[in-house]
Design a binder for this molecule. Structure first.
Ligand code: ZN
Length: 366
């Protein structure tokens, strides 16, 4: 893909310090220097908490579907366009939120490259101003129909010189395989991203082997790739473990909440029962209902004495005690009655015996 005669810069790029001038196969491309002075918007990242990447790139569902549809429209030639969005920030740092794609409508198509012409840029900026005045250009995309997502030297040249802002990225998609790769400039050179997010869900980027920049402290070879693969596996395993711990913590929390609810319900039921029983069996004092005059003979006079009739709901405990007392009293009375009758019998025998001493004395007489 080629850029040609780009007279207007991306909205995010303001004229500033550096000058980039370079020769290309098609002619001399000169870009007045620009630096990123993006407006950074504070908002939460639309993806999982703790998501990590060299640069977190989040696309909304509609623009990503539009990008795929655009790429699938042409399976013979490359297509291209720009990505419009917002540079955002949350507590974990800066991320890019893509909200729209603008097709490079008037781009000249070649079988293995596309060219941004003057009309292409005019169309892009008109669309941006008219339809997305609050968005800025955060990257560009193009397709590699059927030949993988390895960035060509020309792609890297464009990215390095035309989209060198720290939050501007290049996306290439193969509409036949569905593979996607994303790269961006970093202080240590162009690097591929390993993942991006669409509608909050993580998508894996295909990082072409050999294109991945080697760390400076490692000799070029296979060891860093192996180390990176091991690190990726470790990172994936760590992510799974964190997820398991999160799930266990959530289930533990649910269990504690359930226990708390059961205890609260028990306390409420006990309190309710206590209040109900206090109300049901509350001890009321005797209530006077009426007076009944009763004539009583005192000496030679008859006096009327008022007798109060009280109504009293005897508490069950007191009732039981009174019943017990009554029973014991009755037993005692019965015993006392029995004792009296025995005494009476004994005394009557004694009187019989004493009144008839002669009889008894005379009886044995033959
Ligand atoms: Zn390309």
């Amino acid at each position: 893909m080629f850029f040609r005669k780009k007279s207007k810069l991306p909205a995010s790029s303001q004229a500033a310090s550096t000058n980039v001038a370079c020769a290309q196969a098609e002619g001399r491309v000169s870009v007045e220097g620009w630096e990123t002075t993006e407006r950074v918007v504070r908002r939460p990242f639309p993806g999982p908490r703790g998501a990590t990447a060299l640069l977190r790139v989040a696309l909304e569902r509609a623009p990503y579907a539009e990008l795929i549809a655009h790429a699938k429209e042409s399976l013979e030639k490359e297509i291209c366009g720009v990505l419009a969005g917002t540079v955002c920030e949350d507590q974990e740092g800066v991320f890019v939120h893509v909200a729209a794609v603008i097709r490079g409508a008037a781009a000249a198509h070649g079988s293995t490259h596309v060219t941004f012409t003057q009309e292409t840029w005019n169309h892009i900026h008109e669309t941006l101003d008219l339809e997305f005045p609050k968005l800025q250009i955060v990257g560009w995309y193009h397709s590699h129909p059927g030949f993988g997502v390895k960035f060509s030297e020309m792609d890297l040249f464009i990215q390095k010189n035309f989209f060198s802002g720290p939050t501007q990225f290049a996306l290439v998609i193969d509409p036949l395989s569905g593979a996607v790769a994303i790269c961006l400039n970093t202080p240590s050179g162009i690097q591929n991203l390993e993942r991006f997010w669409v509608d909050g869900r993580e998508q894996t980027c295909q990082a072409p082997k050999g294109r991945r920049p080697q760390p400076e402290f490692c000799a070029p070879g296979e060891a860093p790739l192996e180390t990176e693969a091991a690190l990726r596996a470790l990172e994936a395993r760590l992510g799974q473990l964190i997820q398991i711990v999160d799930e266990q913590r959530a289930s533990h929390y649910r269990f504690l909440v359930f226990i708390g609810i059961v205890i609260c319900a028990g306390v409420v039921v006990a309190l309710g029962y206590t209040m109900y029983s206090n109300y049901r069996y509350r001890n009321e004092p005797p209530r006077m209902t009426q007076y009944v005059p009763v004539p009583v003979q005192v000496g030679d006079k008859t006096v009327l004495v008022g007798v109060g009739v009280a109504q009293w709901q005897v508490p069950p405990e007191l009732n039981a005690i009174m019943l017990t007392l009554e029973r014991e009293k009755r037993l005692l009375d019965e015993k006392a009655a029995l004792g009296e009758t025995n005494n009476e019998n004994a005394s009557s025998n004694l009187t019989n015996a004493s009144s008839n001493p002669t009889n008894t004395a005379d009886q044995p007489k033959p």
